[in-house]
Design a binder for this molecule. Structure first.
Ligand code: MN
Length: 718
């Protein structure tokens, strides 16, 4: 009879209330001393008595829950105190037992652990930022004091997730989200892969039950055929290892559902692309063999370029070590191979928890422990110096390195990818907010829309009715949501704007010929459309508006069969109102503004580009006179235009700020400042400003010129 059985036989009334303790003692007896086992069985007795009469939502006796939690930790070979605390973790909170009882019977260290876990139990993560931040801080503090507290808590959460089926749906979803948002990332950060994977899959299952089922079914279907291939390739790898005289184990890896789901969601991949990837793990004895095995598999199948990662030389932040490579397998199927030592494999599974196995052996590869400790002591320092909100933000950056967290003015947290701008934020709030945003404030200060957000900033978006997305935004937005919404909007806009512009261009050209759209008439128009192979007038206008068809030529073509009236010579020009949207744009070489003498140049696909008459680029375009149209400004234009001026200043401290202030006082916004050149005692600066028109610009230039450190002001023109 083995020891576990002996112990169990001594427990009073055991068969009646086994509750999983037999298996637990069995697991523990492989690494704990008799003395320790005795304490643990005593804890079981204490707990079973305390929870007597209580049941779980599943109907089982309550004590099955703490025993299951202890079992999970036993499989990671946690020490006796942690196991004891796991068995007792709900006694103080839910039964008559007191912390004093526990201290007396099991010592103060166990009592401290139980107390820590009980405190964590009271923490619920709500949506409001502050409550969230404070709870989170408490949680991290408990973890810093003794990391075993969080390990018990994670195992507790895991078992609660496993038995979540009996809960009401709303509660299930809340717990599932919290698991995915907080607990799984902590498990990941501590490198405890086995907990992380289970927490993620269960969280996914309860948060998105339908998606989970669809994926599960699809995976099951593909598994049958996969197994054959995996078996065949595993054997091939094994044979190659043996042939080279290397000792190693080849394991076919199963993907977990949540990682498949995430790959599909984040990389926008099809299920088949994600699933038809075969995973293998080769576990060998030492580091040298890892690299030898790598060479071996690269010899069997061609490696995919750019996919090899050496996490042995450069471990991941949580201490994970392994070689990763992807091979072109039979029929081009991708084979993902991980190669590592037995020690690395254990660390990969249990992370910081792997410490307790070799507690006595200080020389063991303790990388994950050292990293966890470094991280925790950094957190400890941090929590002493910053507010709860700041603390939450910095910890979250550690837990989710690719994301930033910003606040709405109401204090809600909004997660965004790193590099996201205020426009991404606006679209994350709502598509309408994105479409109508015209300005943004970060921590109450106005910023350009393209500003990249930093963690924990408070962001406010200013919208106005009738505002439209700017196609330029596409050059800086980071999120798919923003990009898609802007593109969609542009598509709709482009078509209606170009139709409108095309109609005006055509009518103007017809007037040059003494005709007009009305004079051309329906009959001629229908005939012309047929000849051009177009379906309707809107299509014709759109092509003209986009510059795909030249207005003067089209006008001549339309007027051909109309009355030949060439008496009226006054060439009407296209009137620019500044509201045409993206079919009329303003050249960046000469920055025309209302009041300037301008010309329009028809480009193919981009509508009309307005240049100043004295623009240097004009001569290049002169070769194609048919593409030039005369344009003029409407009288009262409301919007602002970009313009560039060059200012030469004396090199005096603060002169740049003074110039900027003067420009601001004149009611203009500075978009950009560039230093064009710098001499011993003077600098040439280029300012890009927003102005209403020539009068406005003249006023600014006059005021800047009056400043005592300004030598010269001129309007730039390429
Ligand atoms: Mn519990």
């Amino acid at each position: 009879m083995d020891y576990a059985a002996t112990i169990l036989s001594k427990l009073p009334g055991l068969p009646k209330r086994d509750n999983g303790v037999r298996r637990l003692v069995d697991t523990l007896s492989s690494y704990l001393s008799d003395e320790q086992l005795k304490t643990i069985t005593a804890a079981y007795e204490f707990g079973a008595d305390a929870h007597e009469g209580q049941t779980r939502k599943t109907g089982k006796p309550y004590i099955t829950h703490p025993v299951a939690v202890a079992q999970e930790l036993a499989e990671m070979h946690l020490d006796a105190q942690a196991i004891t605390a796991a068995i007792l973790h709900d006694t103080v909170e839910d039964t008559e037992a007191s912390l004093e009882d526990i201290t007396e019977k099991f010592g103060s260290e166990v009592a401290l652990l139980v107390d820590g876990v009980s405190k964590l139990d009271q923490i619920q993560f709500r949506s409001r930022a502050e409550a969230q931040a404070e709870s989170f801080r408490k949680m991290m503090m408990a973890m810093i004091e003794d990391i075993r507290v969080i390990l018990v808590k994670l195992a507790d959460r895991l078992h609660n997730m496993q038995t979540l089926g009996a809960m009401p749906a709303v509660k299930k979803k809340r717990i599932a989200r919290e698991t995915l948002d907080i607990y799984a990332p902590i498990a990941n950060r501590l490198g405890i892969n086995r907990l992380k994977i289970q927490l993620e899959d269960l969280g996914f299952k309860h948060l998105y039950p339908f998606r989970y089922r669809v994926l599960e079914t699809a995976l099951k279907k593909s598994k049958g055929s996969q197994r054959q291939i995996v078996k065949k390739i595993s054997e091939e790898f094994s044979a190659a290892l043996t042939e080279e005289g290397l000792v190693g184990e080849v394991i076919g890896r199963e993907k977990h559902l949540y990682s498949i789901y995430r790959k599909m969601a984040e990389k926008k991949r099809l299920l088949s692309d994600v699933v038809d990837v075969y995973g293998f793990r080769i576990v060998v004895e030492d580091v040298n063999t890892c690299y030898q095995a790598l060479g071996l598999v690269h010899g069997l199948y061609k490696p995919m370029p750019g996919r090899f990662k050496d996490y042995i030389a450069i471990p991941r932040v949580n201490g994970y070590q392994s070689l990763h490579t992807t091979l072109f397998g039979p029929k081009g199927l991708p084979l993902e191979v991980q190669i590592r030592t037995r020690e690395m494999d254990r660390v990969a599974e249990s992370g910081v928890a792997s410490h307790w196995i070799y507690k006595a052996d200080e020389k063991s590869d303790a990388k994950p422990q050292r990293r966890a400790r470094d991280w925790l002591s950094k957190l400890d320092e941090l929590q002493q110096s910053v507010s709860s909100e700041e603390f939450l933000e910095s910890v979250k950056v550690d837990l989710f390195p690719d994301k930033i967290y910003v606040f709405t003015p109401k204090g809600d947290i909004m997660p965004l990818p790193k590099g996201a701008t205020t426009v991404d934020f606006a679209y994350a709030v709502h598509t309408d907010v994105g479409n109508r945003c015209i300005a943004a404030k970060i921590n109450r200060g106005l910023v350009p829309l393209r500003t990249q957000l930093q963690n924990s900033q408070t962001v406010e978006v200013i919208t106005t009715r009738g505002a439209k997305p700017n196609p330029n935004w596409l050059t800086f937005v980071r999120t798919a949501k923003a990009r898609t919404a802007i593109r969609q909007h542009m598509k709709n806009m482009r078509s209606s704007e170009s139709t409108d512009l095309g109609k005006r261009l055509l009518d103007r050209s017809l007037k040059d010929l003494g005709s007009s759209l009305r004079k051309v008439g329906k009959v001629r128009m229908a005939a012309a459309l047929e000849e051009l192979g177009l379906n309707n007038t809107a299509e014709l206008f759109e092509q003209v508006g986009l510059g795909e068809r030249l207005a003067p030529l089209t006008a001549r073509f339309l007027a051909e069969l109309g009355e030949d009236n060439d008496s009226d010579e006054t060439a009407a020009s296209l009137v620019i109102a500044g509201t045409e949207g993206m079919v009329v744009s303003y050249a960046k070489c000469c920055y025309p503004i209302p009041g300037d003498d301008v010309m329009g140049y028809l480009t193919s696909g981009r509508g009309v580009v307005i240049h100043r008459n004295q623009c240097g680029n004009l001569s290049n375009f002169r070769k194609q006179p048919e593409k030039w149209i005369s344009v003029s400004w409407e009288n009262d234009i409301e919007r602002e235009f970009t313009v560039a001026i060059q200012i030469d200043t004396r090199n005096k401290p603060g002169v740049l700020a003074e110039v900027a202030a003067t420009i601001g006082d004149c009611g203009s916004n500075i978009e950009q400042v560039e230093v064009l050149g710098r001499h011993e005692d003077c600098s040439m600066l280029s300012f890009t400003l927003l102005v209403k028109d020539r009068v406005h610009l003249a006023k600014i230039m006059r005021n800047v010129k009056k400043m005592k450190n300004v030598i010269r002001v001129s309007r730039e023109c390429a």
